[in-house]
Design a protein around this ligand. Structure first.
Ligand code: PRP
Length: 174
């Protein structure tokens, strides 16, 4: 861990405020209906914890373990499920919770994986959206922050498993 290589991009106050708003926006979308939040591990664990509290009402929490294969620093879109959901999602309002959508390849795969399980609805929330790298069109329903094409760590996001526990989002410069 080398903090001289990181520069804060989104600080704790900004994260807290935006996630509160996102939660209200999401709750308004579903009304009083129960929502099944599906966190895509590992990156989204911290966002998930804060977001489900901000959504309020009845929120079921599911966790999907995925491991994407990266060719160099880029995602290849080949995704392996390392831990499946604990319960069926048929007939439920489902919300995929991601930390970042970059090429979109992971999300594209996950949408197809989950859609065949016949949820009542399937929406996406991502804390960070990096649209400059998009390789496949993904319809993201809720976005926390749109960020420039820089490598970010912290608040769940890692570099070689390090930096996930930073309480803010930072740009990492090698
Ligand atoms: C990250 C992130 C997304 C994916 C986005 O996961 O959490 O799942 O990459 O990239 P894409 O849009 O280019 O497909 P990563 O593979 O780093 O695993 P982690 O969440 O366990 O850190």
């Amino acid at each position: 861990m080398d903090l001289s290589r990181v520069r804060v991009l989104i600080d704790e106050d900004a994260l807290r405020a935006r996630i509160q708003d996102l939660g209200a926006e999401i709750r308004a979308e579903y009304g009083d209906a129960p929502v099944t939040a599906i966190a895509v591990l590992k990156g989204s664990f911290m966002f998930m914890a804060d977001l489900v509290r901000a959504i309020g009402g009845e929120v079921r929490c599911e966790f999907l373990g995925v491991s994407s294969y990266h060719g160099g620093t880029r995602s290849t879109g080949v995704v392996r499920i390392t831990q499946d959901l604990k319960h069926p999602i048929e007939g439920q309002h489902c919300l995929i919770v991601e930390d970042i959508v970059d090429t979109g390849l992971t999300m594209d795969y996950l949408l197809r994986l989950l859609q065949v399980r016949k949820p009542r609805s399937l929406k996406i929330v991502t804390l960070l959206d990096k649209p400059t790298n998009r390789e496949v069109d993904v319809d993201v329903d809720f976005v926390g922050f749109t960020i420039p094409d820089e490598f970010v760590v912290g608040y769940g996001l890692d570099l070689g498993e390090v930096y996930r526990n930073l309480p803010y989002i930072a740009v990492y410069t090698p």
